[in-house]
Design a binder for this molecule. Structure first.
Ligand SMILES: *[C@@H]1O[C@H](CO)[C@@H](O)[C@H](O)[C@H]1NC(C)=O
Ligand SMILES: *[C@@H]1O[C@H](CO)[C@@H](O)[C@H](O)[C@H]1NC(C)=O
Ligand SMILES: *[C@@H]1O[C@H](CO)[C@@H](O)[C@H](O)[C@H]1NC(C)=O
Length: 441
């Protein structure tokens, strides 16, 4: 009854008396809808235009008329990358990281009850000799490995020193997760920080973060040295304060493992780096007789794909914060290779070290026992190894085909190769490759 009377009312009144008004309203709604979809489209385009849009190949036609050391490498001049060129594609390009909204850390909005800590106060370092930070980038699924790695560092060194930990993540870390990690840190404090969740969720972005952004995070801002710790890495020896060693020896980059990079992953990094050096004035790039650059060249003076592993690396952060390093990173960021080829942060930092650091600024931590994935380093030294380590020195991979460590030491610390050779001949069953690497020492 009621329904049919409503219908009747509608027929009698609305359609008969208000047809124009109804039509007008329909028209207004339609116009509004069209307007809204145009705005949505426009916004979409703005977003897309900030993603890398030029293929790397457009940077690959480089020339050959400068005096940088890349001259030898038959890399041609970067016609398309010359600064102040009106057709410069970089002018219209956004760097890859422009996709990121909150680069410099985010508050823990999910964790309302936790105190909001956005930077590390100086007094956190009052009881330690160096403003060092143990830094780990973490995802929820890495919890178990992260815990045992932190534990191994605490056990082997940090339990009686107490350097702070900084755990950065692109995911929400639950309070119980944090509690679980906090329990293994015995003396120092542990800080949790967030990096933009959506953007850095994509695994390809993680090397970009390690190479160019982590040290901008507010939690890292007061630190002088960072020690990158990778979940699932294992530290097998007692350690004397590595931060202090870096500082007293005036070292900038401390490492323990090197290897040949997967070629696909750094295919164009070398030539883009060559293009970068041509943009720089000659005093910006150190001559190769002062750097590890010769270590990176094969017999035909091209890149041999050696690089320093960054999963354990101690860095004097003034290096990454320097104008030179920042300029290099920006150049790479613009070129798109982090995204298209997943350039590894280890290779990027290695090439930066080869351009900007003196040989004596690098330090090989022979005394640190370290295991990560297929790599094992057990100290190649009698005094370091026997009293302090649980690793099996026969398993050390420093003499393997994919390691470049011994050839690096020719430039960085020749004296060390003598000690290693002596130790290896007396105490190890060494193969042909080790013998040839150590011959002459
Ligand atoms: C480190 O540098 C400082 C200042 O430049 C200098 O006094 C000191 O002797 C250097 N130490 C070493 C081990 O080279
Ligand atoms: C490197 O070579 C240049 C000349 O090419 C020379 O002036 C300089 O002293 C050399 N540096 C070292 C550390 O040998
Ligand atoms: C040197 O490395 C390049 C690739 O970077 C390769 O094409 C070339 O064959 C290598 N030369 C030698 C002598 O190994």
């Amino acid at each position: 009854m009621r329904l049919s009377s409503t219908t009747k009312y509608f027929q009698n009144h609305c359609l008969k008396y208000y047809p124009k008004r109804i039509l007008r309203w329909i028209l207004i709604v339609l116009i509004l809808l069209v307007f809204l979809s145009i705005i949505t489209l426009l916004l979409d385009n703005t977003y897309n235009s900030s993603s890398p849009s030029l293929p790397l190949s457009s940077y690959m036609n480089l020339g050959s008329d400068t005096n940088s050391i890349f001259e030898k490498l038959h890399i041609t001049k970067p016609n398309t990358i010359v600064a102040n060129n009106n057709n410069d594609p970089l002018q219209s390009l956004q760097p890859e990281h422009a996709m990121v909204n909150h680069l410099f850390g985010q508050e823990e909005i999910d964790d309302l009850h936790a105190p909001k800590i956005t930077w590390i106060d100086d007094n956190v370092w009052e009881h330690v000799p160096v403003k060092g930070v143990l830094y780990m980038f973490l995802r929820n699924e890495d919890l178990q490995q992260a815990r045992s790695t932190i534990r191994s560092i605490e056990d082997r060194f940090n339990h009686n020193v107490g350097y702070p930990w900084v755990i950065l993540s692109n995911q929400y870390l639950s309070p119980s997760f944090k509690k679980y990690l906090t329990k293994v840190v015995t003396k120092g404090r542990i800080f949790f920080g967030r990096v933009d969740r959506e953007t850095w969720n994509y695994p390809k972005w993680i090397p970009t973060y390690h190479a160019g952004f982590f040290f901008h995070h507010p939690l890292m801002q007061n630190a002088d040295y960072s020690w990158r710790v990778e979940p699932s890495a294992y530290y097998s020896c007692e350690m004397e304060d590595p931060f202090l060693k870096m500082k007293t020896l005036n070292k900038t980059l401390g490492f323990v493992m090197t290897s040949y990079e997967e070629k696909m992953a750094v295919r164009s990094l070398w030539s883009v780096t060559g293009a970068f050096t041509k943009q720089q004035s000659s005093d910006q790039i150190r001559p190769s007789n002062e750097t590890i650059m010769p270590w990176l060249l094969n017999d035909s003076s091209e890149y041999n794909f050696c690089h320093i592993w960054s999963n354990f690396m101690i860095l004097d952060l003034t290096f990454l914060r320097s104008e030179q390093y920042q300029a290099y990173f920006r150049f790479l960021d613009y070129s798109g290779g982090f995204f298209y080829e997943s350039w590894s942060d280890g290779a990027v930092i290695t090439l930066a070290a080869a351009m900007f650091l003196k040989r004596e600024e690098l330090y090989f931590f022979n005394e640190i026992g370290y295991e990560y994935r297929f790599g094992v380093h057990c100290p190649l030294s009698l005094t370091d190894y026997y009293p302090r380590c649980s690793c099996d020195v026969e398993l050390t991979t420093d003499f393997n085909r994919d390691s470049c460590t011994i050839s690096m030491l020719q430039y960085v610390d020749k004296h060390r190769i003598h000690d290693i050779a002596k130790f290896a001949r007396r105490h190890l069953m060494i193969g042909d490759r080790a013998r040839s690497l150590l011959s002459g020492f």
